[in-house]
Design a binder for this molecule. Structure first.
Ligand code: PEP
Ligand code: MG
Length: 543
């Protein structure tokens, strides 16, 4: 017998656990035996219905199902349909028009600053692939030939591919594309299937070997001449967000991000950044489009709170359709609520869209960004009141971000004009320590600087006296040390990127409110960021 040849490759460890078994290589291109779609609408309809049907069957896998529903919505997107038709009008055939329309859409997403939206470019390309396959002859399931348990190796796998077969047939997943937040990784973690992604050369290596061993913790894949089916399932635990001492919500910048956060058990959306939604457009969004989008976000989290922040553009978040800032220092110029209130075409449609959504979604709340002084809140509330009267609807709760040190130091000045506050620790820190948040400063000039910690504690104490909620939605809330401090000083909610929720819930729920409070008190005594972090980290070590 010839000695076994083994090829070892390393990729990104995307889902924990180990498995070994025969290789199943997913071939590219459409499945056999399908019928070509007559036009874009029928291709889009067929793809969307198929994705919805798989989602319906995936009730025990809510996150994967939510992704499929978001992809189905993308396939039905009238803007995509219009773009494909326009290209067909210019003489492109159906498949070419779908490819160029979805590529252009994906390229626009890739230019955005928001990492989540950039990752969604892969979804758009995936939808393009499915639509083209449908247009050319029906997609079927690319895993249709998988009849016995195997390690699936592919260039890329869609959630639809993965969810279309019984889970026990999938020993492990290996893909050439994808990153930690790609959908292959998300679905694999949800299913508890070991996975390695971003492994260049995996398909070619698999083609020359019959068996494979996957180490989802180390990101290592060993291709061998043979392998017996064997699997140690992923250790991924489902974290119960309700166990945290305060509600843990998610930050989102798109309907898809909100849908995914809902599936991950977020108690709501604590910050919906509407500027990301605007940035994905070539021009301002109409009142109707905005109202529909806000409703979709709320519908993704029925019965849960959704805080929509009005447009926070300017400075580090310029809008392509507004004239570029000419100020010497845009960080201190027309930005956030100042820019918005001064621009009728931006603020009025958004106010009306928010009011229309709130009229049917009572848990939707509004939040104003970068507020610097009481008159800004007075003006914003007057605008909401006037438009509510003209629409004949009520006014939802209106709160504000605390991102400006002068506001943090004298929150009582806002008595009666804000229904709640949320600490924007990213901007609050940069203005408090005079250090641009976009640069890689040492911890001393970061959020754990003693002055910043005291400002945060002051805000929460003032809000308590004013009997209003005080949450936090800056990046600090998504760091376990930050979560411990914020809970400890009395924050009433935390909001963060959905990926950070499990670690923060775990740390704060294991320590409990009392222990967080003693750690926070001690951190407030520290004379340096390093000292404060040491205190919080030693509490974290107990957790
Ligand atoms: C903040 O400044 O902390 C914040 C949450 O707002 P953004 O990061 O969108 O500026
Ligand atoms: Mg901010």
């Amino acid at each position: 017998m010839s000695p076994a040849r083994a090829t070892v490759l390393r990729g990104i460890a995307a889902s924990r656990g180990e498995a070994a078994g025969p290789v199943f290589v997913v071939r590219e291109g459409p499945a056999e035996g399908g019928r070509a779609a007559a036009d874009f609408d029928s291709a889009a309809q067929a793809v969307a219905m198929r994705l919805d049907a798989i989602a319906d069957q995936a009730t025990s896998r809510p996150e994967g199902a939510a992704i499929l529903r978001a992809q189905a919505a993308m396939a039905r997107d009238p803007v995509l349909a219009a773009s494909v038709r326009e290209r067909q009008g210019r003489g492109e055939n159906l498949a070419a028009a779908i490819k160029s329309a979805t590529d252009a859409y994906a390229d626009r997403l890739l230019e955005l600053d928001d990492a989540y939206l950039r990752q969604r470019a892969a979804d758009v390309r995936e939808i393009g692939r499915l639509l083209i396959a449908e247009a050319e002859g029906g997609i079927g399931s690319r895993l249709g030939g998988l009849r016995s348990p195997a390690v699936v190796v592919a260039r890329d796998l869609s959630p639809a591919d993965t969810l279309s077969v019984a889970g026990d047939l999938l020993l492990a997943l290996v893909t050439e594309e994808g990153g930690l937040t790609s959908h292959t990784a998300i679905v694999a973690r949800e299913l508890g299937i070991p996975a390695v992604v971003g492994l260049q050369g995996a398909v070619a290596a698999a083609a020359g070997h019959a068996g494979v061993r996957v180490d989802g913790d180390a990101g290592e894949v060993t291709f061998m001449d043979s392998a017996e089916p064997r699997q140690a399932r992923s250790m991924t635990r489902l974290i119960d967000a309700a166990s945290a001492p305060v509600p843990v919500l998610a930050n989102a910048g798109s309907v898809e991000a909100a849908t995914s956060a809902a599936a991950r058990g977020a108690a709501g959306i604590g910050l919906f950044r509407t500027e990301f939604m605007f940035m994905a457009q070539h021009g301002p969004m109409s009142e109707d489009d905005q109202a529909a989008t806000y409703a979709r976000v709320c519908d993704a989290l029925p019965g849960r709170v959704v805080v929509v922040r009005t447009l926070d553009a300017g400075a580090d978040k310029p809008l392509p359709f507004l004239p570029p800032a000419t100020e010497a220092n845009p960080q201190l110029g027309r930005r956030g609520v100042r820019l918005w209130l001064g621009n009728e075409e931006l603020c009025r449609p958004q106010v009306r869209a928010l009011l229309r959504c709130a009229a049917t979604h009572p848990r939707m709340q509004v939040m104003l960004p970068m507020v610097g002084a009481r008159p800004e809140m007075v003006a914003a509330r007057a605008l909401f009141a006037a438009e509510a009267a003209s629409l004949g609807v009520g006014v939802p709760d209106i709160g504000m971000m605390v991102e400006v040190p002068a506001v943090a130091a004298a929150l009582e000045a806002f008595q009666g004009v804000t229904d709640f506050v949320s600490l924007g620790t990213n901007d609050l820190t940069q203005y408090a320590v005079a250090a641009d948040r976009g640069m890689d400063w040492p911890d001393d000039l970061g959020v754990f600087n003693p002055g910043v910690l005291r400002l945060i504690a002051t805000v929460i104490e003032s809000a308590r006296r004013m009997a209003i909620g005080a949450g936090a939605c800056g990046e600090m809330a998504g760091r376990p040390e930050g979560g411990i401090f914020l809970v400890g000083v009395g924050a009433t909610s935390l909001s963060m990127t959905a990926d950070s929720i499990p670690a923060v819930v775990e740390a704060t729920s294991r320590l409990g409110g009392e222990r967080c409070a003693t750690a926070a008190r001690e951190a407030l005594q520290a004379d340096s960021a390093r000292g404060a972090l040491a205190v919080l980290r030693s509490a974290l070590a107990e957790a």
